[in-house]
Ligand binder design. Structure first.
Ligand code: ADP
Ligand code: ASP
Ligand code: MG
Length: 406
């Protein structure tokens, strides 16, 4: 007997027939003698629709009320799945985040889980019942509903698996595992049998939406065995695990892309100490996360250009912060560009091998793609390029690192 957390994403619960399909998979695990808790997302498209309603009523909405609205999608699917299970003769009960509760901090719209009270779930599991838990939501210290940021049901599932000390956390989605890159962009993407926590963390934080970044952080911290697999096929999935469980380590295991980027250039900023602090201090105070930064060497010893990237959704706010401080920072011109994407190559093999960046730059230059900004870490190299070249770049890099499926 194993204790399993099963998580089903939006497409997997997209209509009534698919919810029945999920119920059949859950029932099979229960019938095999396992203890099962299930986490579900809202039906596909539902959360987008709810976010759209908030934007339509008030673009400057109060995030506490945003959470009240957008958390409702999951209430529908937990109820429907519990009914579908009961209909098949499997005892089940649904639970909203606040009922357990799933305690979070007070960062409405992007809350972090602090702890989960699993008492009631464990009682029900001991009675042979399936607990169906709403993903994406929790209860803040203000006693109001919170949500965990888009894609947050993955984090709900991993956090629940950690709290329950589950043997496995199975994440069922619309692809049958983690691929070398998004299989919707590159037809020759290859499915990985295993990927390290570290590589998956980079993939997720650099744009691969298959797992929410925080879910991977949490899995890594609590050593939860996460498996990503399809709710529509029985193909074996991908296991996210420790590096020492992987025998054949690839130099590069994946290519990720992120369209959620914008680039800002401050032209002709005075080239003397303290300027960077005057630029980035106020942005940090406004809770804006700056990512890549380049400062050019000044030609004349007087002034230089500073370029950086940030999430696209924060661009308007960032420009306002910088415009308000034009005199203090003393720049000549503020230039913004939203038509950029970040493309990254990721692999733990990079730690011990030189030449990874060179292969990347050569492959992009062969396609005539100009690199605007570069950043590196121990296990990844990222470049910022014009948005129109995104697919071409991802495909070219996939081929250049020998990742194409035969
Ligand atoms: P769910 O609704 O089940 O949470 P998501 O849409 O959030 O599903 O995540 C699954 C999607 O992630 C896939 O449909 C795929 O397009 C995308 N994706 C991006 N990068 C990868 C990757 N490296 N491997 C697999 N899927 C990826
Ligand atoms: N329903 C939420 C969203 O669309 C959470 C999730 O799907 O993981 O972001
Ligand atoms: Mg998702």
């Amino acid at each position: 007997m194993a204790r399993i957390v099963m998580k089903f994403g939006g497409t997997s619960v997209g209509d009534v027939e698919r919810i029945r399909n999920v119920a059949r998979r859950v029932k099979a695990e229960v019938d095999a003698g396992n203890e099962v808790a299930v986490v579900v997302s809202a039906m596909s498209g539902d959360t987008n629709r709810l976010v759209g309603l908030c934007d339509a009523v008030s673009p400057m909405y109060d995030s506490r009320e945003y959470d009240v609205v957008v958390s409702t999608g999951e209430q529908v699917t937990i109820g429907l799945l519990a009914m579908a299970l009961q209909d098949m003769g499997t005892e089940a009960r649904s639970w909203m985040g606040w009922q357990l509760p799933v305690h979070t901090d007070d960062a409405h719209g992007k809350a972090r889980i602090a702890s989960i009270d699993t008492t009631v779930i464990e009682e029900r599991m001991a009675m042979g019942q399936v607990a169906v838990v709403a993903g994406f939501q929790g209860l803040g210290p203000d006693k109001r509903v919170t949500t965990l940021g888009r894609g947050g049901s993955d984090t709900s599932a991993v956090a629940l698996a950690a709290a329950l000390k589950a043997d496995r956390c199975d994440i069922y989605t619309d692809v049958d595992g983690i691929y070398t890159t998004d299989p919707r962009i590159v037809a020759k993407a290859r499915k990985l049998d295993k990927i390290t926590y570290e590589e998956m963390l980079e993939q997720a934080s650099l744009g691969a939406k298959v797992l929410q970044t925080r879910s991977v952080e949490m899995a890594m911290k609590h050593r939860v065995r996460v498996q990503v697999l399809s709710s529509f096929s029985d193909a074996p999935g991908t296991l996210v695990c420790d590096e020492d469980e992987i025998v054949e380590k690839e130099l590069v295991s994946g290519i990720a892309y992120s369209k959620d980027e914008a680039k800002v250039t401050l032209a002709k900023v005075a080239d003397h100490p303290g300027v960077a602090a005057r630029i980035f201090g106020p942005l940090a105070d406004a809770n804006i996360n700056v990512d890549m930064i380049v400062q050019n060497v000044s030609d004349d010893g007087q002034s230089t250009d500073v370029t950086f990237t940030l999430p696209r959704g924060d661009l308007v706010r960032a420009l306002k912060v910088l415009e308000d401080r034009q005199e203090d920072i003393a720049y000549k011109e503020l230039i913004a560009d939203k038509a950029v994407v970040k493309v990254s190559v990721i692999g733990v093999g990079m730690r011990s091998h030189a030449g990874v960046a060179k292969t990347m730059f050569t492959a992009l230059s062969d396609k005539g793609i100009n690199i605007q900004v570069i950043s590196t870490s121990e296990i990844k190299v990222s470049v910022l390029i014009a948005e129109e070249y995104m697919e071409l770049a991802v495909r070219a890099l996939h081929t250049a690192y020998g990742l194409d499926a035969a």
